[in-house]
Design a protein around this ligand. Structure first.
Ligand code: NAD
Length: 249
């Protein structure tokens, strides 16, 4: 590892599992200290980060709830004094046909996939701006560019993640804070394994990707380190498709 994130403090939402956990592990290997906000177990990611000799903080935090985000950001401030890198990774993606989708489903997915990004950015961006250096990285999805059924709600939230990235980048660019997004293809995680999406693990790469294998969380970590480091200092407002060559944009 290159140590490109030595002594940076990274906050990763939903970092207890899947893509967020893989990013946390890689960031720690690159020298970062890591704080994770998650409603699930953080035991494994704690081991990943501390095995790399880095400091770790986890809080049980529903990132869509303002009071819980406030308590989490206070804890990060107390433990580390700052957050240099925010990875807005948290997200849910249940398949539901539009006709079955309730207004409650619609509001809940927006709370988790969009409000969480807003609340976490509100909590940590002011400090980045004050210090003149920061990175905000959000997980969107290539579904934004694809024809996929039963995803009106999810694709709408992932479009919002891209819009948020583009717009916030304009305001923060003058202050040394970059804002970018990563768009994966279908990734093999415990959640996708247990969903009907698992039925597409073989067919989707074969039909739509240039690289003919199922994506794994570790495929995203190189791009995340790049966007978190000084190597991407002149890049902001962008969405990087890390998807085996599925979409061109
Ligand atoms: N897996 C894929 O195929 C895929 C593809 C494209 C984009 N993405 C995006 O990547 C991101 C991560 O996806 P993943 O597959 O790693 O997810 P995952 O389900 O494997 O992990 C998500 C984590 O978020 C946590 N979480 C869920 N709701 C929460 C809440 N309200 N507050 C705090 N934590 C919460 C879960 O406990 C879990 O640890 C999401 O934004 C998703 O939209 C995933």
């Amino acid at each position: 590892m290159s140590g490109r994130l030595t002594d940076k403090v990274a906050v990763i939402t939903g970092g207890g599992a899947g893509i967020g956990r893989a990013i946390a592990k890689r960031f720690a290997a690159e020298g970062a200290h890591v704080a994770v906000a998650d409603i699930g177990s953080t035991d494994e990611v704690r081991r990943d980060v501390t095995d790399a000799g880095r400091r770790f903080l986890a809080a049980h935090c529903d990132t869509s709830r303002p009071d819980q985000v406030k308590a989490f950001s206070d804890a990060v401030g107390k433990e580390f004094g700052r957050c240099d890198i925010l990875v807005n990774n948290v997200g849910i993606y249940p398949l539901t046909p539009f006709e079955e989708l309730t207004f409650e489903d619609w509001k809940r997915i927006f709370e988790i996939n969009v409000d969480s990004h807003f609340l976490m950015s509100k909590a940590f961006v002011p400090g980045m701006k004050h210090r003149g250096w920061g990175r905000v990285i959000s997980l969107t999805s290539t579904v934004f560019w694809l024809k996929i059924d039963a995803y009106t709600h999810y694709i709408s939230t992932k479009a919002a993640n891209i819009g948020f990235t583009r717009a916030l980048a304009s305001e923060l660019g003058p202050h040394g804070v970059t804002v970018n997004a990563i768009a994966p293809s279908l990734v093999r995680t415990a959640t996708t394994e247990a969903s009907p999406l698992a039925g597409m693990f073989e067919a989707l790469p074969e039909m739509l990707q240039s690289i003919k294998r199922t994506q794994v969380p570790e495929d995203l970590t190189g791009a995340a380190v790049f966007l978190a480091s000084d190597d991407s200092a002149f890049m902001t407002g962008q969405t990087l498709a890390v998807d085996g060559g599925m979409v061109r944009h």
